[in-house]
Design a protein around this ligand. Structure first.
Ligand SMILES: [Zn+2]
Length: 322
């Protein structure tokens, strides 16, 4: 973690700090904030002052400001995903379906873990972004890299189940996803690209990485046809995943709706919060896609004894929450 300034001075200073800790600070307008904080933002009011204190940043969890929605959308999302997705994965892996192995556990728990890392790091960034410029930049870097980690987890798990009986294709797509992810992480981590001016470029890279997922989808349809692909990849849920990802990226890049109506969405309903909800929706959709694909393969060809061309569609019989 970056250097947090948590030093306390003498008793007078400590008392003053205690008083200001209890009181909500005056929130600031955009023009009162340093240039490095306000760059590229269409939010005009509700800014916390630059705090230089971990405790005061944490204290801001208890009052309303313009990051409250961004913090809690992912903090509550973390609790939701940790409990429901964790419960569903445990049930899947212990369901007794044919062919369940350690590889399923590895893929599902990595997918789960990468989603939780993103939701947690995002909450940390929005809580501490008003600490100082260096903390803001380092937490933002961690936040962006967490998005890449989550996308890699989702890309690899999608390919793993799409090509459940084709280990070569699984390794090829896993390798492709990891190489692209490393390239984007290097770009994101280089100091020269840390300015908010590059934020749209980074969002574009995320979108390009997400779009890469169309390749295994087409590959899967060519191999199995549409009917089996819908079940083998959980395709209808992947559609929801893609739609929520596109909506989240678009509102983020174009800063909508706050660009259209200044001041109206400063606290609630701005593009960043919509993007957070879209990310949460995309995690849930993808989770359903992977569970659907898991169930299809393990119930119809768990040990890969049947050639793919002879596989038939069976009924859905397993409900993770049943
Ligand atoms: Zn965020």
């Amino acid at each position: 973690m970056p250097n947090f300034d948590v030093t306390l001075g003498n008793s007078d200073t400590r008392w003053k700090q205690m008083q200001s800790f209890i009181e909500k600070p005056n929130l600031l307008n955009k023009e009162d904030m340093p240039q490095w904080y306000q760059e590229g933002s269409y939010i005009n009011t509700g800014y916390r002052p630059i705090m230089h204190s971990v405790r005061f940043c944490l204290r801001s969890l208890l009052y309303e400001h313009n990051e409250t929605g961004s913090i809690y959308s992912h903090l509550l999302g973390f609790v939701f995903v940790a409990s429901f997705m964790g419960y569903a994965i445990s049930r899947l892996l212990n369901s007794g379906m044919p062919g369940i192995s350690w590889k399923d556990g590895l893929i599902l728990w990595l997918d789960y873990g990468s989603s939780l890392v993103l939701l947690f790091n995002s909450s940390v960034f929005h809580t501490f972004c008003c600490h100082s410029e260096s903390v803001n930049r380092n937490c933002l870097k961690a936040d962006f890299n967490s998005v890449i980690l989550m996308m890699t987890g989702k890309f690899v798990s999608t390919a793993f189940y799409a090509f459940y009986c084709m280990p070569e294709a699984q390794y090829m797509y896993a390798g492709l996803g990891i190489v692209v992810a490393i390239a984007i992480v290097i770009f994101n981590t280089m100091t020269m690209f840390q300015s908010p001016a590059y934020i749209t470029t980074k969002a574009g890279l995320f979108f390009a990485f997400g779009s890469l997922a169309i390749v295994p989808v087409i590959h899967c349809i060519v191999l199995y046809g549409v009917g089996i692909s819908v079940r083998a990849m959980g395709l209808k849920y992947l559609g929801g995943f893609a739609l929520s990802s596109v909506i989240g990226t678009a509102v983020f890049i174009f800063r909508l709706p706050e660009r259209w109506s200044p001041y109206t969405f400063d606290y609630w309903g701005n593009s960043h919060q919509i993007m957070h909800v879209a990310i949460l929706a995309s995690i849930v959709f993808h989770c359903c896609a992977v569970f659907n694909a898991f169930e299809f393969w393990h119930l119809s060809n768990g040990t890969c004894e049947i050639p793919v061309s002879e596989m038939v569609l069976g009924p859905t019989v397993w409900n993770p929450f049943g």
